[in-house]
Design a protein around this ligand. Structure first.
Ligand code: PGA
Length: 251
């Protein structure tokens, strides 16, 4: 059975202190066995979140650098993350692609770097509005996926989740319809079958992201190929994040 994943992406929000006070309100959080709740926090907050055992939340980075170490001022490596107990990272979020020039081939290197350090990765893919309007969305997502996963083996896929985030739905209040989210998640699963095999594809969790809120999550999670959500804005507030987790318990 695939896990249901409720992942909050805090982006560039929260200091270490405000991150800690957020998770402290979750010490009583009930998470069912089929659910994983993951917070993708800014680098500076990661260590204190990992050390705080009071809340049943897993902690993820939002990014890592593709090289092992070296003269890359301002960057953070996989071994720095694992040394403080962070075993998960987002890779290839559309904001990284858009504002930090992350190409598909950099995304592929980052995936290799995460896997080389036994980390799990949530690999993000998604089309721009113009690409959807030109009916290119399936093509765009399949080329992003093929490039990102080109050197990944089927056994390594156990450590990879895919997040489908249409760029036009991120932070805009426009959610893809649950049918669109299902159609793309199904398409992604077919690509994974082609790249690997049916079993690998059926084991991989596929998340939807883009303006997910407490009032639209139920509908999205009802879709058979949508295994979870990656949530930006609505993950910053503990009350709305708690309702997202409750929705995950119900899937
Ligand atoms: P949003 O962001 O929920 O604020 O649209 C989602 C994301 O970028 O991961």
């Amino acid at each position: 059975m695939r896990k249901t994943i409720i992942a909050g992406n805090w982006k560039m929000h929260k200091t270490p202190a405000s991150a800690l006070s957020f998770v402290e309100t979750f010490s009583d959080l009930e998470i069912y066995d089929h659910v994983r709740v993951i917070i993708c926090a800014p680098y500076l907050a990661l260590e204190s979140l990992v050390q705080n055992a009071n809340a049943p939340l897993e902690v993820s980075a939002q990014n890592l650098h593709q090289e092992e170490e070296g003269a890359y001022t301002g960057e953070i490596s996989a071994s720095m993350l694992t040394s403080i107990g962070v075993g998960i990272t987002l890779i290839g979020h559309s904001e990284r692609r858009q504002y930090f020039n992350e190409t598909d081939s950099i995304v592929a290197k980052k995936v290799q770097q995460a896997l080389a350090h036994n980390m799990e990765a949530i690999v993000c893919v998604g089309e721009q509005l113009s690409e959807r309007e030109a009916d290119q969305h399936e093509f765009v997502v399949s080329s992003q996926l093929k490039e990102a996963l080109k050197d990944v083996s089927s056994s390594q896929m156990d450590r990879i989740c895919i997040a489908y985030e249409p760029v036009w739905a991120i932070g805009t209040g426009k959610t893809a319809s649950s049918l669109d989210a299902q159609a793309m998640s199904h398409h992604i699963r077919r690509i994974l079958s082609d790249l690997f095999d049916d079993e690998t594809a059926s084991r991989c969790s596929i998340l939807y992201g883009g303006s997910v809120k407490p009032d639209n999550i139920d509908e999205l999670l009802m879709e058979p190929d949508v295994d979870g959500v990656l949530v930006g804005g609505a993950s910053l507030d503990p009350v709305s994040f708690r309702s997202l987790v409750k929705a995950g318990n119900k899937k």
